[in-house]
Design a protein around this ligand. Structure first.
Ligand SMILES: [Zn+2]
Length: 295
């Protein structure tokens, strides 16, 4: 199954767009329909066996150790977006929102050339009940990586460890951290910059995506995408209004995965702008920001 899906990936169509100067790549990937259309309600999750738990994986699925961490193992993602696509799954069945971003830092430090990305439980994760993040080669997000190298953003805060930038010109809300490592203040940002409200069905902690990589100078880049919605309104529309897009970290970072051909053909810059508007949280209005800026 994995071999067939990786072979099919080389034939997927892509289309480039620019939204407000930010490079966007549309990827028509029919194999991802399962993830895009995943039912992630607590009820649906309770009723299915967890596909990341060792006992429920296909017997052919092998696992590599995550060197330096006994809490995770590395799996080939059988439904790839990138030509090297790994899922780094916790050995224990613990909730997705228990992520420690320092584990992602450890991954990109241990495995140079890879970037790590994370979907909160209500921001694109198709296994919201089992902690995991994912990895692909850094050059898969070449558009984003070169863009941030040239335009880090507006400096919001600077100290001896970390530069924190806002990127208000971009169509999506994002905070860009440049540092050597994740310090305690950055941890606070990564954990706290989520919507202040959430009902029981939608824990607010799940409303975020994180993308992390080290550049050629070994500086750690961390992008935090605070989310206002799991899916845009067009996902739930009918007929021609419908666009089946369910944004996760890669979509937020500029690679939009579209399982349906009609969506791939017709998605416009205006519609993309609306999608990013709807699913992004304007974090600058959050009271927590005052607290974080004063730290
Ligand atoms: Zn599990």
């Amino acid at each position: 199954m994995a071999a067939a899906n990786y072979a099919a990936l080389s034939g997927v169509k892509t289309r480039s767009l620019s939204v407000d100067g930010f490079p966007i790549l549309l990827q028509h990937n029919p194999g991802r329909i399962r993830s895009t259309a995943a039912k992630v309600s607590p009820d649906a999750i309770r009723k299915r066996p967890c596909f990341l738990c060792r006992d429920n994986r296909p017997p052919e699925q092998q696992a590599l150790p995550f060197v330096g961490s006994t809490a995770y193992e590395i799996l080939v993602n059988p439904f790839p977006i990138a030509d090297e696509h790994f899922t780094i799954a916790a050995r224990e069945h613990i909730h997705q929102d228990k992520i420690n971003p320092a584990d992602m830092e450890k991954f990109v430090t241990t495995y140079p050339g890879y970037l790590a990305f994370y979907n909160g439980s209500t921001a694109g994760a198709s296994a919201p009940d089992h902690l995991h993040f994912q990895a692909c080669r850094i050059d898969f997000l070449n558009g984003l990586v070169s863009f941030t190298a040239q335009n880090p953003g507006q400096l919001m805060k600077h100290d001896s460890h970390t530069d924190i930038y806002a990127m208000p010109e971009l169509p999506m809300q994002v905070v860009h951290f440049v540092s050597d490592s994740i310090d305690s203040e950055m941890q606070l940002w990564l954990k706290s910059l989520v919507p202040p409200h959430g009902d029981d069905m939608m824990p607010a902690a799940g409303m975020r995506n994180i993308v992390m990589w080290r550049d050629a100078e070994q500086r750690l880049h961390t992008l935090l995408f605070p989310r206002a919605a799991h899916r845009p309104t067009c996902y739930f529309s009918e007929g021609e209004e419908q666009c089946l897009v369910s944004p996760g970290a890669l979509d937020m970072a500029g690679v939009i995965i579209l399982p349906r051909h009609e969506d791939f053909e017709t998605l416009t810059v205006g519609a993309l702008r609306t999608i990013y508007d709807e699913v992004s949280l304007d974090y600058r209005s959050l009271p927590i920001l005052q607290h974080l800026m004063l730290l």
